[in-house]
Design a protein around this ligand. Structure first.
Ligand code: ADP
Ligand code: ZN
Ligand code: ZN
Length: 653
């Protein structure tokens, strides 16, 4: 009888041996008994000896053909090792739910067959053509490219050309996009241009659709897999290219459980498959720019907007000369001018709800969440105070709980209040609000987009949800209302993200031949960020930031890991990390700095107290050696009940 080594989705750095009396292959799913339950695991190895005796037996072999082939398994092992995360959980994160549950690996409905129906009515530009040629020249080898093109410069067009060329050779292409970048328009654009099956992998699909997409990628039927971050794990036997669009986007990082960066993993997957990798963006991350500097990847540029469109002009409104209200008189005047010309305008404010502060004008009392260190946001249509951290809701008080006066008021603006203010200024113009509250219903977002795409003049009010990917041809003006908090942030990545956001948001304006306009309201018009953004000098701004990061030895010039512990008992969380720090210090890696434990910037969330321990080193190897040793010994630290902890390698916040 054979012995099989099985990975089981539990948070332990262990695999388990079972007896198996039927034939089974590595990468197949098996149902096995595990602590009084039956669980689905993956066979990692077949052997004739085990270090354990009294082995239990495999109950059922679920796959004749392995669900994970060797290249994907190798990739998952690499990922588990790099992120110091249990292989069972890594595999589990890589599989669609129905496969995790042990359901049959059968396609229910074949979708996405496309007969290319559209050919563009324009010629590709010289810059586009150069980019396409360069990537295709290295199609037989691993090579990384940054496709650095201003918003609307025709990057997607470049992806489409390269993809078609590779499809013609029987290759498959993986395209990763940010969470909110995978719009129906994007999918349609690929479907209507490419002669292949395009399958999408994202969170809006139901489980059957997700399984079908996964299996069509696996059996090679899908020529293109278009997905959000988890699609990096899609099995693709003929993978010939990976594209990662808007590579700077934060949503490529998974922020719970198995905390991986799909952007970083792209490099590993492309290297293992020995294929090219294209990272596209108008605003490269500092990590990617450093890779260009170090000649690890090649930069290809698209300097012009495609089809004759020009970049918008950017103007600042100094809000120090303006009292009260979210909208300056000048902004209202500008909006009216564009609307009169039959154009659309868009306003960004990065907060949903009515008002962020509900307070007492007499004594200064402020509504706060009982479960978090955070204020409650007032939502008018439901007349509730809501916590955006834990979701808790309550009726607003009528009199101040402290001074008992009926002097409670709201302060500040969210999308809901802005919509209300706008309708008082522009009573005859439709206002379309797009945020998580107005798009909760399944088709709502698509309906809003349809209304905007009709081209009729309107005012669009939205959160960052709108900052990416959407191409509204009649949108002439974009305004950003509340960026000052970002300018003052202490997070060392804040300015990088703000510059990216400003440029991405600006990129929404004037996508056709008429020049668009961007208006930024700020109380800090002299902040250096504006002089760069105003003149579209992102690269120069980013290289200054890189110099600052270098002199401070911050990422990408050093490497970080974060250990976070949280518990309802504050002391337990802090004590645990103190012990962890003690253990780490005993490992003695001179080059690794250990800092903490310190309370998280929001210490209490949903009744749990969060503490962090930071590790940093210039030497990535040393840092990882320390983490590996730590992992072997962490079980010696006694974990008090109710304490949760995790490790985040290369954290981004
Ligand atoms: P990006 O992905 O860089 O934002 P897109 O590929 O979406 O840019 O292109 C922006 C717009 O320009 C699209 O409407 C696209 O159809 C059009 N376009 C792309 N390439 C060209 C070209 N060579 N000539 C004219 N229009 C183009
Ligand atoms: Zn009061
Ligand atoms: Zn809360």
């Amino acid at each position: 009888m054979a012995i099989v080594e099985v990975a089981i989705p539990i948070p332990l750095n262990k695999t388990f041996d079972y007896l198996c009396d039927v034939e089974v292959r590595v990468g197949a799913r098996v149902k096995v008994p595990f602590v009084r339950k039956k669980v689905v695991g993956i066979v990692l190895a077949i052997k004739d000896k085990s270090d354990f005796d009294k082995l239990k037996s495999v109950e059922e072999v679920l796959d004749d053909v392995p669900i994970l082939d060797k290249p994907i398994l190798d990739f998952l092992f690499w990922s588990a090792q790099y992120y110091h995360h249990p292989i069972g959980e890594v595999i589990s994160a890589a599989l669609p739910k129905n496969l995790r549950l042990g359901k049959p690996a059968k396609i229910k409905k074949v979708t996405g067959l496309s007969i290319a129906t559209e050919t563009p009515d324009y010629q590709i530009t010289d810059e586009q053509s150069h980019a396409i040629d360069e990537v295709l020249k290295s199609q037989a080898n691993y090579h990384g490219f940054l496709l650095h093109g201003v918003t609307g410069s025709g990057k997607t067009e470049v992806y489409l050309h390269i993809t078609q060329a590779l499809l013609n050779q029987g290759k498959q292409v993986l395209v990763l996009v940010p969470e909110i970048g995978l719009t129906p328009q994007m999918i349609t654009r690929f479907e209507s241009r490419l002669e292949t099956r395009v399958v999408a992998i994202h969170s809006q699909l139901n489980e059957t659709q997700k399984l079908d997409a996964y299996l069509m990628a696996k059996n090679g039927e899908a020529g293109v897999v278009l997905g959000t971050r988890s699609a990096i794990f899609a099995p693709m036997p003929n993978l010939g290219l990976i594209v990662i669009d808007e590579e700077h986007d934060g949503s490529f990082k998974q922020q719970s459980s198995f905390r991986y960066s799909a952007r970083d993993l792209c490099f590993i997957r492309a290297r293992q498959a020995n294929i090219p990798l294209v990272l596209g963006t108008a605003t490269p991350s500092l990590e990617t720019l450093k890779n260009v500097m170090d000649i690890k990847i090649t930069r290809l540029t698209l300097t012009q907007r495609a089809g004759g469109a020009v970049l918008p002009k950017v103007n600042l409104i100094d809000m120090r000369q303006h009292s009260g209200g979210a909208l300056s008189a000048l902004l209202i005047e500008k909006m009216q001018q564009y609307l009169d010309k039959g154009k659309q305008v868009m306003l960004f404010i990065n907060r949903r709800g009515y008002a962020p502060v509900y307070f007492c004008t007499e004594c200064g009392w402020k509504a706060e969440c009982d479960h978090c260190d955070s204020g409650m946001i007032y939502h008018r249509h439901i007349n509730r105070l809501k916590c955006h951290h834990c979701g808790d809701e309550k009726m607003p008080e009528q009199t101040c709980p402290d001074c008992k006066q009926p002097s409670l008021e709201v302060l500040g603006y969210g999308t809901e209040r802005l919509e209300e203010t706008l309708s008082s200024h522009f009573s005859n113009t439709p206002i379309i609000r797009i945020d998580r509250d107005t798009t909760r219903r399944k088709k709502a977002f698509a309906e809003h987009l349809e209304q905007i795409n009709s081209g009729a003049p309107c005012i669009i009010v939205g959160t960052q949800m709108l900052a990416k990917g959407h191409d509204f041809s009649n949108l002439a003006m974009v305004s950003i209302l509340d960026i000052d908090a970002g300018l003052l942030s202490l997070d060392f990545r804040a300015t990088e993200h703000l510059a990216q956001l400003l440029i991405q948001v600006s990129g929404r304006a004037g996508r056709n031949t008429e020049q668009g306009e961007v208006i930024i309201q700020t109380r800090y018009p002299d902040h250096p960020i504006f002089s760069y953004v105003l003149s579209s000098r992102y690269t120069q701004f980013a290289s200054n930031l890189l110099k600052q990061r270098h002199s401070a030895m911050l990422p990408p010039f050093s490497h970080q890991a974060l250990l976070c512990a949280n518990a309802k008992n504050k002391q337990n969380a802090e004590d645990f990390l103190r012990e962890v720090a003690g253990l780490l210090k005993r490992i003695k890696m001179e080059s690794v700095e250990i800092w903490g434990p310190v309370a998280n910037s929001i210490e209490k969330k949903a009744d749990y107290y969060y503490f962090n321990l930071y590790l940093q080193s210039n030497d990535r190897k040393a840092l990882h050696q320390m983490l590996a040793t730590f992992n072997q010994h962490v079980s010696k630290i006694k974990i008090k009940s109710g304490l949760r902890w995790y490790l985040d390698v290369d954290p981004i916040d």
